[in-house]
Design a protein around this ligand. Sequence first.
Ligand SMILES: O=C(O)C(=O)C[C@]1(C(=O)O)C=C[C@@H](O)C=C1
Length: 390
Amino acid sequence: MSKSASGSDSGPGQDSSAVTLDSLRADIDSIDSQIHALLNRRAQCAQQVAEVKTREFEAAQSFETGSDSSSAQQLLFYRPEREAQVLERVKAANTGPLSDDTVAFIFREIMSACLALEKPMEVAYLGPEGTFTQAAALKHFGHAVISVPQTTVDQVFTQVESGQCNYGVVPVENSTEGMVSHTLDAFMNSSLQICGEVELRVRLHLLVAGGDSQDIKRICAHQQALAQSRLWLDANFPNVERVAVSSNGEAARIAAGESGTAAIAGDLAAQQYNLAKVASDIEDRPDNTTRFLVIGKEGVQASGRDKTSIVVSANNRPGALFNLLEPFQRANVMLTRIDTRPSRTETWTYVFFIEFEGHRDDPEIAAILKELADRSVMCKILGSYPKAAL
Ligand SMILES: O=C(O)C(=O)C[C@]1(C(=O)O)C=C[C@@H](O)C=C1
């Protein structure tokens, strides 16, 4: 058997009755030194990557003399397609005992720290602090990002459009409650692109600042959280007043300042406002998941495991929807969602939000998109982006 990292014979994989706590800790110290040195080597590589990107960007700019600067390309440090590939690669290469998800989370944070050395990213999210949208932003970008709360979905869009923030994160769909229609509507009037998606298992808890469950006189939560835990509330607090507020984070903030008021919110809000859990995981459906979209100004290159979202409207004729979907069926492209919204331009006309597997630059997807443009009244590509890797 080979020697352990410290050079002693008492490393991982040895007969545990023969090793001592001291020798194992010596191994861990030695391994930590190696990890530490490698992390800093990786960080130096990322700094060099930033220099190369800047050099290449400046060379391209000087080549395009006379181009309109407002339409010019941005210098992009954040590369979602590369991050998705790194996360997929470490998961595929993982041999344990750490789980695939655990190694992916660790590498998520490593890349987050490396990206912050290249350029600190500011990410707008639907606040206040402690919302699931903030949790989604941190899950996607890691904790080295600067997360900036906004009061509405529209404000998240505006912050990114104006360049105040580099990216934004907005909720788009919940497995229990369906689409977040406001977010879909915001896309209709925006030139922003979808750069990524985040899925978050939403665990809801009943939280209080102090006291016990007997003292609870009212329960505050976002209306979606109230709906997602309705059966549990009916069974456990049937006579307690339920108050819908603007977000779970806001509910937690109120509960932190009022005795007798409880909040329904997640772990991040509980930590942020120092609340105690009266009951954990009170959501009625154990698979309660919310999907969020990452929005930015620039498109994302293909990662090899991508999705595309479009919004399309057809003539109000029999077979119009079939006509739009037929090219997907012919090319055997998997649809992952289809949703209908009123068009808002004419009564009883509709637009369809369609999501499917593949990237707009893939030849077969490009051919479908061209066909859709010919068959529809309007076809807007909201973005091609890597499938959620975490
Ligand atoms: O490969 C790059 O383009 C990098 O900037 C390096 C790196 C990384 O740490 O791996 C960091 C940020 C990018 O979003 C993608 C990857």
